[in-house]
Design a binder for this molecule. Structure first.
Ligand SMILES: COc1cccc([C@H]2O[C@H](CC(=O)N[C@@H](CC(=O)O)C(=O)O)C(=O)N(CC(C)(C)C)c3ccc(Cl)cc32)c1OC
Length: 348
C-alpha cells in the first residue's frame, strides 16, 4: 500500500475527489485499504463520464463517440480532454484525466475489470439517451423510460459497487447476486435527487420527471411553478414521491446484507440522507420554487447515526412516520401512499 506522500499522482486523485464532492469524499476515504483506492477511482471515472454527458458545448456525434469509447479511454495513458464542462471543477478533472488513468491502471485487474464493464454499459446507455434511441422524445416519457434512464446513470453504479465489494473480499458474493437490490440503491438516490432538483433542472432546460406521471396534472412541465396550479402541483409531487417509496424495501434489504463496517457506513449514509430529503420534499411546494435541502445540522446527525442496521431502521421509521403524517386524505394518491408506507412498515 503506497502512502499518498510516496505517490503524487494518487494524492492528486484524492485532491480531485475532495474537490468534486466534499461530504461524500470523506466517507470514501474511511473505506478499508484495498477498497478505498478502487472506489475513489470508480467515482472519478464516473465523474469524468458524467462531465462529458453534461457538456452541452460538445457536438452530439463527438459526445456519442466519447461516451461509447470511455471504457477504452480509461486504458489510454496520457489521455486528457479540454472541454467547456458545466463547471470549473469537473473541467479541471478532465484536463488532468491522465493522472486518473495512471492510478486506474495501478489497481488490481479484478477492480479494473469491474470499473471498465460499468463504464462501457453506462457510456452506451448515456449515448442511447443522448441520441434519443428507443424513445420518441428527448425527455423521459414513460415510467419504464424513467427507470431505464436511472438504471443507466445510477443503478449501474450500484451494480459496480457490489462487484467491487466482492472483489475486495470484504463482502460476501451474495451482495452482488440480487441485481434488483443493487439497482434500487441507485434508483432511490437518483429519483430523490430528481424530485429535489425539479426547479434547478427546469431552469437549465432539463426535465427528468416521466410524462406518464406529470402529464396527469399539467399540460406543460413548467406549469407546476404557477400558483394557479397548487392542488395539481401537490398531487403530482405526491405521485412522484410514491414512485420513489417503492424502492425502500430493496434498500433496507441490501443494507441488511452488508457486513464490513466501513462498507456499511459508505452505503448507509447516502440512503438516510435520501429518506430525509424525501420526507422534506413530500407535500412541500417549495420544491417548485427552489432547491430544498436538509439542514447541515440534520445531515451531521444522520451521518453520526448511520453506523449499524438498528439505527438505520430507526431513522427510516422516523421519516416514514413524517411522510405518513404529511399524507393528506384529499390527495388523489392518499391511499396508494398509505399502502406503500404499510409495506415499508412491515419491513422496519
Ligand atoms: C450500492 O450503491 C451505492 C453505495 C454507496 C454510495 C452510492 C452513491 O452515493 C453517492 C452519494 C453522493 O454523492 N451524495 C452527494 C450529495 C448529492 O448528490 O445530493 C454528496 O454527498 O456530495 C451518489 O449519490 N452517487 C451518485 C448516483 C446516485 C448517481 C449513483 C454515487 C456516485 C458514485 C459512487 Cl462510487 C457512489 C454513489 C451508491 O450508488 C448507488
Amino acid at each position: 500500500q503506497r502512502t499518498l506522500e510516496a505517490d503524487p499522482s494518487k494524492k492528486r486523485c484524492y485532491d480531485f475527489l475532495n474537490m468534486t464532492s466534499r461530504s461524500f469524499a470523506a466517507v470514501i476515504q474511511e473505506l478499508d485499504d484495498d477498497l478505498r483506492d478502487a472506489i475513489c477511482l470508480f467515482y472519478l471515472v464516473l465523474r469524468g463520464l458524467d462531465t462529458i454527458e453534461d457538456d452541452m458545448t460538445i457536438d452530439l456525434d463527438r459526445k456519442v463517440e466519447l461516451l461509447r469509447s470511455f471504457d477504452a479511454i480509461i486504458y489510454q495513458k496520457g489521455w486528457v480532454f479540454n472541454g467547456n464542462g458545466p463547471n470549473e471543477k469537473d473541467r479541471e478533472l478532465l484536463v488532468h484525466f491522465d493522472l486518473v488513468i495512471d492510478e486506474f491502471l495501478a489497481l488490481k485487474p479484478g477492480f479494473q475489470q469491474v470499473i471498465a464493464k460499468i463504464t462501457r454499459l453506462m457510456g452506451n446507455g448515456m449515448a442511447d439517451y443522448a441520441t434519443g434511441e428507443h424513445r420518441e422524445s428527448t425527455s423521459v416519457a414513460t415510467i419504464k423510460d424513467f427507470d431505464l434512464y436511472c438504471h443507466y446513470v445510477a443503478g449501474l453504479v450500484g451494480y459496480g459497487l457490489s462487484d467491487l465489494f466482492v472483489a475486495s473480499g470484504l463482502e460476501d458474493p451474495s451482495i452482488a447476486n440480487d441485481k434488483k437490490l443493487s439497482n434500487s440503491m441507485g434508483l432511490f438516490l437518483q429519483k430523490t435527487n430528481i424530485i429535489r432538483d425539479y426547479r434547478e433542472d427546469l431552469d437549465d432546460g432539463r426535465q427528468f420527471w416521466p410524462k406518464e406521471i406529470w402529464g396527469n396534472y399539467a399540460n406543460d412541465f413548467g406549469d407546476f411553478i404557477k400558483t394557479s396550479h397548487l392542488e395539481k402541483s401537490r398531487a403530482c409531487l405526491s405521485a412522484m414521491v410514491l414512485n420513489v417509496l417503492e424502492h425502500v424495501p430493496d434498500v433496507l434489504d441490501y443494507l441488511s446484507k452488508v457486513k464490513n463496517q466501513s462498507v456499511f457506513n459508505f452505503c448507509a449514509i447516502p440512503q438516510v440522507m435520501a429518506i430525509s430529503t424525501l420526507a422534506l420534499v413530500f407535500n412541500n411546494l417549495d420544491v417548485y420554487q427552489r432547491n430544498v435541502k436538509i439542514r447541515k445540522g440534520e445531515a451531521v446527525k444522520l451521518i453520526r447515526a448511520s453506523t449499524d442496521m438498528e439505527n438505520v431502521i430507526a431513522i427510516f421509521r422516523e421519516y416514514i412516520q413524517i411522510i405518513s403524517e404529511k399524507n393528506e386524505t384529499t390527495d388523489p394518491n392518499f391511499l396508494k401512499i398509505s399502502m406503500a408506507i404499510g409495506k415499508i412498515e412491515q419491513w422496519i
